[in-house]
Design a protein around this ligand. Structure first.
Ligand code: NDP
Length: 495
């Protein structure tokens, strides 16, 4: 067991007085309050960032607006593609620094920060770069009457919406920040990103790398701060679209605020209470490593991770015994130690929220294994398996976004589908079985934007991602995101 060394460039970066990132450089307003960035493994303050005021937000929006009008909307799609690819190169070249920043501020295991977050950020940026040159309209032949031999044709063009506000949660700041940046820049939009107050640093560093990549100043701006800073951004008349990833409650508030601002465009990627269904033929020993990894990656703080596990009654006891044993054996400790597979929760309010759910379960005698908060420094909680008898149990209804899974047996596929769909959420689900006839009958019945078979929590830039029901509006990735970042203009010609 050995912790990795913190890089000198990371130490230097942390020691800076961080401002917002506006018009290509750091902007510090000495009157703004400061927010402490706390390392969740040690509870030490590692840096401070500004709590963005309305005035700073206005400057950032203005900078993005001017860059949109004068620069970014004027360059060719190929140039946009080249610059996004260059940014991906620089993320690759600075991968260790970015991974350490994520680990220090989000408590993400260094292995996950390196091999998932930073690695995926590179892959996603390259995907968005490739989309820049593939934005298309279509030609249409209208059926209008021709009195004197005149003819008609029509075509559609997709035009960038303008300045996008990208509001990002704390669980994968760098990667989700890059999703917003890549989507906006590839379609010709500029952006103001508002990262979470807890995990701001990697996004600030990404914006600096963008300047090094030759992305003109003002195309990517970052304003730091609390939820209020996000509200200022949505209210800015220069912002034409809000792309939000976060909780359902905040998402609904943001959607309402955007609608009240002259129907500002909005896409929402929200939470889930994702189901995994283990059918009667599953081999528990075979699936358990993949299921546990998908469930507890980043301590379960993943929007698409399963929280409700439905196990066919014939396999229920075996699953509970074997899953409990695996959870108890997971090495937990410093996220800077590559031999650990479980780290701290990302921030204190979330730690308190997860402990609240665990206390509820403990009071009702539902905890099968794990769930103890670890004494001492840091926001550590042991991964928990919880028994639920009733689908109306709050633990089965509310998103906990933490390292706890609720498990319930089922008898047949009809009752399984009813229970899986008995949720306000519809982000993701999985079915585990080699009986493909059953699997293909289940897929269309499941209310979820993504359904995985014999896997869970895998995102790929070529595959659209987004939620049904209260889990969101819109789709990210593939070419599905393009509609959300562009306006469709129809042109009709008489000749
Ligand atoms: P929140 O909804 O609390 O916050 C998300 C972002 O919105 C943060 O930057 C937050 O700032 C900001 N914010 C808060 N209030 C407002 C407001 N009124 N107006 C504008 N911005 C505001 O989510 P969390 O950060 O706690 O993230 C966890 C949630 O995100 C979970 O529910 C999870 O499921 C969801 N999520 C969904 C994903 C998806 O793709 N579907 C992916 C990842 C997470 P601040 O941090 O300062 O409060």
């Amino acid at each position: 067991m050995s912790k990795i060394e913190i890089l000198n460039e990371v130490k230097t970066f942390l020691a800076r007085k961080h401002g917002h990132f506006i018009a290509g450089k750091s902007y510090v307003d000495e009157h703004e309050a400061r927010i402490d960035i706390i390392n969740p493994a040690t509870e030490e303050c590692i840096a401070t960032v500004a709590d963005g005021s309305e005035a700073s937000v206005a400057l950032a929006a203005q900078s993005a607006h001017e860059s949109f009008k004068n620069v970014w909307s004027k360059i060719t799609p190929y140039e946009r593609s080249l610059k996004l690819n260059k940014l991906a190169d620089l993320v690759e070249a600075n991968a260790d620094e970015l991974a350490q920043l994520e680990t220090l501020s989000a408590g993400k295991l260094i292995t996950i920060a390196q091999h998932l977050e930073v690695a995926q950020t590179i892959i996603f940026l390259r995907h968005f770069a490739s989309c820049a040159t593939k934005i298309e309209g279509k030609t249409i032949q209208p059926s209008l009457p021709s009195m004197q031999g005149e003819q008609y044709t029509a075509f559609t063009v997709r035009q960038p919406i303008g300045v996008v506000a990208g509001i990002v949660p704390w669980n994968f700041s760098l990667m989700i920040g890059a999703w917003k940046i890549g989507s906006a820049l590839s379609t010709g939009c500029t952006i103001v990103v508002k990262p979470s107050e807890f995990t701001t640093l990697s996004v600030l560093r990404l914006a600096e790398l963008a300047i090094e990549a030759g992305i003109p100043e003002g195309v990517i701006n970052v304003v730091t701060g609390l939820g209020k800073t996000g509200q200022y951004l949505i209210d800015s008349p220069l912002i034409k679209k809000v792309s939000f990833t976060g909780s359902v409650s905040t998402g609904i508030r943001i959607g309402q605020q955007a609608m009240q601002n002259d129907l500002k465009r909005v896409s929402l990627e929200l939470g889930g209470k994702n189901a995994a269904a283990l059918l009667s033929d599953v081999n528990i020993d075979e699936i358990l490593p993949v299921l546990i990894q998908s469930t507890f990656v980043h301590q379960g703080q993943v929007c698409a991770a399963p929280e409700r596990i439905f196990v066919h009654q014939s396999k229920y006891d075996e699953f509970v015994a074997k899953a409990s044993a695996v959870l108890a054996s997971m090495p937990m400790g410093s996220p800077l130690d590559a031999s650990n597979v479980f780290g701290p929760l990302s921030n204190k309010p979330h730690y308190e929220k997860v402990k609240h759910y665990l206390n509820l379960a403990r009071e009702k005698g539902q905890i099968i294994s794990g769930g103890e908060a670890v004494e001492g420094t840091g926001y550590f909680v042991k991964p928990a398996l919880i028994k639920v008898d009733d689908c109306k149990d709050p633990l089965f209804i509310e998103e906990t976004f933490g390292p706890l899974i609720s498990v319930i047996p089922f008898e047949d596929e009809d009752s399984l589908v009813t229970m899986m769909n008995d949720s306000r959420f519809g982000l993701a689900a999985s079915v585990w079985s080699n009986d493909m006839s059953k699997v293909f009958r289940l897929i269309p019945q499941i209310d979820a934007g993504s359904v995985w078979i014999n896997m869970h929590t895998f995102l790929d830039p070529a595959v659209p991602f987004g939620g049904m029901k209260a889990s969101g509006i819109g789709r990210e990735f593939s070419d599905a995101y393009i509609d959300d970042y562009t306006e469709l203009k129809s042109v009709m010609i008489r000749f």
